[in-house]
Design a protein around this ligand. Structure first.
Ligand SMILES: *Cc1c(COP(=O)(O)O)cnc(C)c1O
Length: 217
C-alpha cells in the first residue's frame, strides 16, 4: 500500500466507526529501511516518522532534517537511561515510557535542557513477560507518579500479543486511557492499524506496509 492509500483507508474507517472527528496521525516507521525508501517518502512531502533505536535514528535523521527541513520524529522502541538525553534532544515524541527510573531520568533532564518530548506510557496489555511496558494493574499508580514529576504524558501505547485478537487489547488500552483522562492512543501497526483506528487510535505506527519488508540480515 502507498502512504496515500493508508491515509485514505484511515479516513474511511474513522467515518465508518464513528471516530470521524478524531485526528489520526500516521507515523511512517522507517527503522532498518534502506535510506532510498525513506528519502522517497520525504521527497513526496511526508514529515512524520518513527524509529525504534536512538542510535540508528541519530545516525540518519540529523542529515535528513538538514536536507528536507523540520520533521516530526517519534521514538517507538525501549529507552535506556544512558540514551535518554540523546533521545530527548532528537525526538518530538517518545512512546515507550515504561518504568519509574526512566520517568525520573526524563524529568531531571527536562529541567537541564529546558524541553521535553511529549510522552506515551507503554502498557503491556497482554502481561507478556518478554515484552516492555507497564503491567495493566500498575498503570494507574504509575500515571500518578508521572504526574507528580510533571511529565507531559499525553497518552498510552501498546503492542498486542502476536497470537491474540488485537481488538481486545485496543479496547482495553482505550478504556485505561479514558479513565485516566489521557487523550491520545498509540496503537496499530501494518497488520492491525485498521482495527486500531476503529477502536479510536490517534497515532498508528506503520512501517512495512509503507516501505516494504525490513531486511535484518
Ligand atoms: C517496527 C514497529 C512498528 C511498525 O511495524 P510494521 O509491522 O512494520 O508496521 C510499530 N511499532 C513499533 C513499536 C515497532 O517497533
Amino acid at each position: 500500500m502507498s502512504l496515500a492509500q493508508i491515509l485514505s483507508k484511515i479516513q474511511t474507517i474513522k467515518t465508518e466507526s464513528g471516530h470521524r472527528d478524531v485526528p489520526v496521525k500516521l507515523i511512517a516507521v522507517s527503522k532498518v529501511q534502506p535510506i532510498e525508501r525513506v528519502r522517497k517518502v520525504l521527497e513526496d512531502g511526508y514529515r512524520i516518522f518513527g524509529e525504534n533505536k536512538v542510535q540508528e535514528a541519530a545516525g540518519k535523521w540529523p542529515a535528513l532534517i538538514e536536507e528536507f527541513g523540520p520533521t516530526e520524529l517519534h521514538l517507538l522502541g525501549p529507552l535506556q537511561s544512558n540514551k535518554t538525553r540523546q533521545a530527548m534532544e532528537l525526538f518530538d515524541v517518545i512512546h515507550s515510557v515504561d518504568r519509574l527510573k526512566i520517568a525520573k531520568t526524563i524529568a531531571r533532564i527536562a529541567v537541564e535542557i529546558g524541553k521535553c518530548p511529549q510522552l506515551f506510557i507503554q502498557v503491556n496489555t497482554g502481561d507478556e513477560p518478554q515484552k516492555a511496558g507497564i503491567a495493566p494493574d500498575q498503570l494507574d499508580a504509575f500515571i500518578a507518579e508521572c504526574r507528580v514529576l510533571e511529565l507531559p504524558i499525553i497518552g498510552l501505547m501498546c503492542i498486542p500479543p502476536a497470537s491474540e485478537e488485537p481488538t481486545f487489547h485496543f479496547k482495553m488500552l482505550a478504556e485505561m486511557a479514558k479513565r485516566n483522562n489521557l487523550p491520545e492512543l498509540s496503537m496499530g501497526m501494518s497488520g492491525d492499524f485498521e482495527e486500531a483506528v476503529a477502536c479510536g487510535a490517534t497515532h498508528v505506527r506503520v512501517g512495512s506496509a509503507i516501505f516494504g519488508d525490513r531486511d535484518y540480515s
